[in-house]
Design a protein around this ligand. Structure first.
Ligand SMILES: Nc1ncnc2c1ncn2[C@@H]1O[C@H](COP(=O)(O)OP(=O)(O)OP(=O)(O)O)[C@@H](O)[C@H]1O
Length: 342
């Protein structure tokens, strides 16, 4: 039985004097969504190319469904590659083909007969919400629609793993959310394992159950996303990504924020409340039951209005209150600490 869909074991890769991957090890379980984040030059692209067999590490192993792709001959590597669907930042669609023709391309290359290709493209267009667009050209679609076609094409050959390389970086924030929601939906409905390479913490926060932070070729953090968002980050680079997020806080608050608790300081917490928490008067329960005052610093909608997001400053302390908030908002995130009277 396959216990880990992907296992990277002490992989290293150098280019001349430059170390792109430095003793990288991690595993991905079937059905998991893993987000890999890192600054420019951290080694994300090199890792992705190694996972896809386009690049071989100088040392170490990469096992996909228990097959070590670093030693496979090219012919067998082609078969393992079919188990991996790739989604690109700039979609990589062919305008010389229709939307359906783009989705069918990997199947055509694999020698699948025309009628089966057509049927599969139809199924996938339904899945990604583009039924009725089969005969259009990519140039007639919006960026978000193009990426939906890119995702459908990546799914065409029933991959076990979807590798998304900055899949939302070319999209506006609203379209980004809809594409991330689609990926999450596909993960749930098909049980598909997804790896997202990104430089945006927001992407991770939105859908990744696990986060891997890379810095100068090394994995410096490998943790549950919820744990990192709750303030459990071990490495400065992870904290820097989290702190970068708070740039969207009002300037007056961001200027006062410190990363660690201090005397007279109050935690600033981001809550995401979805339909499950609807009807629970979260902030009044905090006050009545736990004696905590929660001042709303920022509020908005997410997930097309299905979720409410707010940043609150909590005055007073009670461990029970934090547990209560974690239940109401599993992705609760301690952004930092500000003076309680700010
Ligand atoms: N083919 C190559 N030849 C020489 N150096 C390379 C090559 N590929 C990557 N590198 C170097 O390896 C390091 C990691 O690069 P990589 O592209 O994997 O990082 P990255 O995290 O994907 O960055 P970005 O977010 O900018 O794409 C960098 O210092 C880069 O210059």
């Amino acid at each position: 039985m396959v216990t880990s869909l992907l296992r990277v074991d002490h992989a290293s890769r150098r280019f001349g004097g430059q170390t792109a991957l430095d003793d990288v090890s991690f595993q991905v379980r079937p059905g998991e969504i893993l987000g890999i984040i890192g600054r420019s030059g951290a080694g994300k692209t090199t890792l992705l190319r190694c996972l896809n067999g386009l690049e071989r590490p100088d040392s170490g192993r990469i096992l996909i469904e228990d097959r070590d792709i670093t030693t496979l001959p090219e012919r067998e590597l082609v078969q393992v590659r079919r188990r991996i669907g790739l989604v690109f930042q700039h979609f990589n669609l062919l305008n010389s083909r229709t939307v359906a023709g783009n989705i069918e391309l990997p199947l055509q290359i694999a020698g699948v007969p025309r009628d089966r290709r057509r049927a599969r493209a139809g199924e996938l267009l339904d899945l990604v919400g583009l039924a009725g667009h089969a005969d259009k050209r990519p140039s007639q679609l919006s960026g978000g629609q193009k990426q939906r076609v890119g995702i459908a094409r990546a799914l065409a050959a029933h991959p076990a793993l979807l590798l998304c390389d900055e899949a939302t970086s070319a999209l506006d924030p609203e379209t980004t959310l809809s594409i991330l929601d689609l990926l999450r939906d596909i993960n749930r409905r098909l049980g598909l394992t997804i790896i997202l390479i990104t430089h945006e913490m927001d992407v991770i926060r939105r859908i990744a159950q696990r986060i891997l932070v890379m810095d100068r070729g090394r994995v410096v953090e490998d943790a549950e996303t919820a744990q990192v968002l709750r303030g459990g980050a071990r490495h400065d680079v992870t904290r820097a990504f989290l702190h970068g997020e708070s740039a969207r806080l009002p300037d007056t608050i961001a200027a006062l924020m410190r990363p660690a608790p201090f005397a007279g300081g109050a935690p600033l917490v981001r809550l995401t409340l979805d339909a499950g928490a609807a009807g629970v008067p979260v902030l009044s329960v905090l006050g009545r039951q736990y004696g905590i005052d929660a001042a709303i610093v920022q509020a908005g909608m997410a997930d097309g209005g299905a979720q409410a997001e707010c940043v609150v400053r909590l005055s007073g302390h009670d461990d029970g209150a934090m547990d209560f908030l974690r239940q109401a908002s599993p992705s609760m995130e301690v952004l930092g600490y500000v003076p309680a009277d700010s």
